[in-house]
Ligand binder design. Structure first.
Ligand code: MTE
Length: 326
């Protein structure tokens, strides 16, 4: 991963929230049209345009969300900051590439394939999975390994609740996540800059931790493409690269899976990738971070152990040498 470069975002490149919603509204209506005569409850949910116990209506407001007690009180970054300064290498390697290049990314319909050590493997429709799920607002810190950070009001569902539906068995020690592979839509997948598709992994205890969520929204709206639509992982005590986007596959494994950045540069990026101000990246310090949105000349702020989530996760690493297991 390249060291964070100064943001070069022209105001003309910034997606206006209204434009974004209009496109989403269009998708929503297109979805209803495509559903045709199938008067299913999913279709009804679409028409209602809100989060109901029936399911997630895609392409619109998520309705009133409960703010999780696990949220932090810090003021979130702006919608513009969060949706125009991104890492999503499938759509380009500059921070301003994803929001421009992911505009037409098709996320409907979307399926999730579940495999490996569980009783309920299979291919699940995204809308079906979301039906009946409780979506909460989780305001979390996001700390990138490149030493910048943001505060993001994610909307997501508990990963533990989702994973338990597939009934992992006693050999499920790890969870491996995979991003969509579709070079026609994700132009950078034609370049061999990474080993595609992007993959990531967690221990089963990390995946089941109450902080870990499957994100489906942002600022109370359906997740923008550049942030990993329709669903992406969020593990807030780890460097941002662990939070894999646009997930199509979950596999329960006995052995620790490799992750994309570890495959790319094993001496720089490990499996755990816990935010740790005391363990520097070989090419830069991890002691401080630049908070996006505070201006180019703002002083960097200290990075917190486990990104400030130590009370929730430190016990997961008792006895583990965090300098070796970086
Ligand atoms: N997931 C995929 N599939 N491809 C990527 O390039 N980048 C990661 C992570 N997930 C990435 C990804 C990195 S390095 C970071 S910091 C976060 O996404 C950024 O998330 P954001 O753009 O929503 O802030």
């Amino acid at each position: 991963m390249r060291y964070d470069s100064t943001p070069r975002i022209l105001s003309s490149e910034i997606t206006d929230e209204t434009d974004y919603l209009n496109r989403r509204e269009f998708l929503r209506l297109a979805g209803i049209a495509a559903a045709g005569a199938v008067a299913s409850s999913a279709c009804q949910a679409d028409v209602s345009g809100a989060t109901t116990s029936d399911g997630l209506s895609r392409g619109t407001d998520l309705g009133k969300l409960e703010k999780s007690v696990l949220s932090i009180d810090d003021k979130p970054n702006s919608f513009e900051d969060i949706t125009t300064y991104n890492n999503f290498y499938e759509f380009g390697t500059d921070k301003s590439d994803p929001h421009r290049n992911a505009k037409d990314f098709v996320t409907e319909p979307w399926t999730l394939t579940v495999a490996g050590e569980c009783s309920k493997p299979g291919t699940y429709d995204f809308d079906e999975l979301m039906r009946g799920s409780t979506i909460e607002e989780r305001v979390y810190r996001l700390r990138c390994v490149e030493a910048w950070s943001m505060i993001v009001p994610w909307a997501g569902i508990s990963m533990a609740t989702l994973l338990k539906r597939f009934e992992p068995n006693s050999r499920a020690n790890f969870v491996k996540y995979t991003t969509l592979y579709d070079p026609d839509q994700m132009p950078t997948q034609r370049r061999r800059i990474l080993d595609w598709p992007y993959v990531e992994g967690l221990t089963i205890a990390e995946a089941m931790n109450p902080l870990t969520i499957m994100v489906v929204g942002l600022y109370g709206k359906v997740l923008p493409n550049q942030n990993g639509a329709p669903m992406r992982l969020m593990v807030p005590w780890k460097y941002g690269f662990k939070s894999i986007k646009s997930i199509v596959r979950i596999e329960f494994t006995e052995k620790q899976p490799l992750n994309t950045w570890q495959i790319s540069a094993p001496h720089e990026y490990g499996f755990y990738a816990n935010v740790n101000p005391e363990v520097d990246h070989p090419r830069w310090s991890q002691a401080r971070e630049r908070r996006i949105g505070t201006g180019l000349f703002a002083e960097k702020i200290p990075t917190l152990m486990f990104n400030g989530y130590a009370e929730h996760v430190a016990h997961l690493y008792d006895g583990l040498d965090l300098a070796k297991n970086f």
